[in-house]
Write a protein that binds this ligand. Structure first.
Ligand code: ZN
Length: 480
């Protein structure tokens, strides 16, 4: 019933704005609804899929589910009869992790998932050792956090971010693997990363499989800890973490110290340097004999950051939501009586979370010619927050105007700010000169990369609206 009112409302809008109603386009809206969207998310973000880590059996199951949905919608497999575009990925499975502070021969354990998390490419080990605070973890001739402390056989505690004022080292030290490799080369057993406490909204311990420069070190655990945990480690130094950050930033000099605390940590991880994974790709053929050789890509990343023992990062908003939206938009197009003039390629990426590797793999091995790819719409984190933002509008103003027009006619939830330069999986396409839009909801990152990014926290109505807007925008691009 709600749907019928919505359609009447939309037709009404058309009369008011004296637009030619495109009945065919509007009929597609009937195929998209929040119940179906939430159904897909409930499966993709279920504990059963254990956070869809690229290369895992559970990621394969997720990919298989999406391929079946594409098949059901009557789409064509985009890779020589297969919906899958395979490639190899670095893979690390964390089966268990413990972390605590040792006082009078007793271990006081912290809570995994809230007080601490493992970095995705953490090595394994069981260590009890003193903790040494080493500032930003930089070791260069111009500035050296390690010069006055001994870290051999110790656990190192460093800031996750870099010093804003130390521009020379910023790029090199942006990879946490580089930072921990430096600690490892100085003999440290493990690295604890902590966010800068003086930042506006310091990050909670997140699940992340971002690889970055640097190697996998099999016997060197990498953890991210909460600021309050770091303050407990620093208890006997007379400083808080915030005071230490201020001291370093104000003097621009290292202020490393022995914390006098002992930590216990245990990480069990299984590493595979080359595991098979895949993007999922399906085509809806256009109905214009000439324009069908042109393509609009509608994409989202299917992967998330996996699990760490009992802590599962379900990634409902990031990005089961975008994946479910792509499935629904595919169904909407497939159910149209008159197909769009141009063809549409639906693409679900692997390995966004480790560094956009799936999207980069695609643009370097495109399944349809890049020169005939006229636009790429990316959906990432589309079901939490309060309104709709369409990103990359400054780099693709014509496309953004279409989205804006569709929003003012039919949806009315889009904010006017946008950005340039692509963004996440749109970036590789942007770099190839393809016009992109990035659909995302605003203020929707409350649970980002936390174990609480679950289906229950999503906003079905907003989710439906942004999916409708992406569909309408894609329809116009594929036909105009
Ligand atoms: Zn993410």
């Amino acid at each position: 019933m709600r749907k019928i009112f919505f359609i009447l409302f939309l037709i009404g809008c058309n009369i008011i704005f004296s637009q030619t109603p495109d009945e065919n386009m509007l009929k597609g809206l009937n195929s998209i609804n929040r119940e179906e969207l939430m159904k897909s998310v409930s499966y993709l973000a279920s504990d059963e899929l254990r956070g869809r880590l690229s290369g895992s059996q559970q990621y394969f199951n997720a990919a298989d589910y999406t391929a079946k949905q594409f098949l059901k919608a009557g789409l064509i497999p985009a890779n020589n009869g297969s919906f899958f575009q395979y490639f190899f990925t670095e893979y690390n499975e964390i089966s268990d992790a413990k972390f605590g502070i040792v006082k009078e021969n007793k271990i006081f354990y912290y809570k995994h998932g809230t007080d601490f998390s493992c970095r995705g490419f953490s090595g394994s080990g069981i260590y009890t050792s003193p903790v040494v605070f080493c500032g930003y973890g930089i070791s260069e001739s111009c500035y050296d956090d390690y010069k006055d402390v001994e870290v051999n056989g110790k656990i190192v505690l460093i800031f996750k971010q870099n010093a804003d004022w130390n521009t020379d080292t910023k790029e090199k030290y942006s990879s946490l693997r580089v930072k921990s490799e430096i600690a490892y080369n100085k003999g440290a057993l493990a690295t604890l990363f902590v966010p800068r406490p003086n930042d506006k909204n310091p990050q909670k311990p997140i699940g992340s499989v971002m690889d970055g420069e640097g190697q996998y070190i099999s016997n060197h655990p990498m953890l991210q800890i909460d600021i309050k945990v770091a303050d407990e480690i620093l208890e006997n130094t007379g400083y808080t973490l915030s005071q230490l950050q201020s001291k370093i930033d104000e003097s621009r000099l290292p202020n490393s110290l022995n914390t006098k605390a002992n930590a216990y940590l245990e990480v069990n991880a299984k590493y595979d340097p080359a595991r098979n994974t895949m993007n999922v790709a399906a085509i809806l053929e256009g109905n214009d004999p000439i324009l069908k050789n042109e393509y609009v890509i509608i994409g989202a990343h299917l992967d998330h950051v996996g699990s760490q023992g009992n802590v599962i990062y379900n990634g409902a908003n990031d990005n089961a939501s975008g994946s479910a939206a792509v499935l629904q938009i595919a169904r909407a197009f497939s159910e149209l009586e008159i197909k769009p003039k141009r063809s549409i390629l639906f693409l679900l990426f692997s390995n966004e979370e480790s560094g956009l590797h799936g999207a980069y793999h695609y643009v370097n091995n495109p399944l349809v010619p890049l020169e005939n790819t006229i636009a790429m719409l990316n959906l990432d984190c589309v079901s939490n927050g309060d309104s709709i933002m369409v990103g990359n509008g400054l780099s693709a103003p014509e496309l953004w105007n279409i989205a804006n027009e569709m929003d003012s006619l039919y949806i009315k939830m889009m904010v006017k700010n946008t950005w340039k330069g692509g963004g996440a999986d749109a970036t590789p396409f942007f770099e190839k000169g393809i016009q992109c839009l990035y659909f995302v909801t605003t203020n929707g990152y409350e649970h980002l990369h936390l174990p609480t990014d679950d289906t229950e926290t999503l906003k079905p109505e907003l989710f439906e609206k942004i999916t409708l807007l992406a569909y309408l925008t894609a329809y116009r691009i594929a036909n105009d």
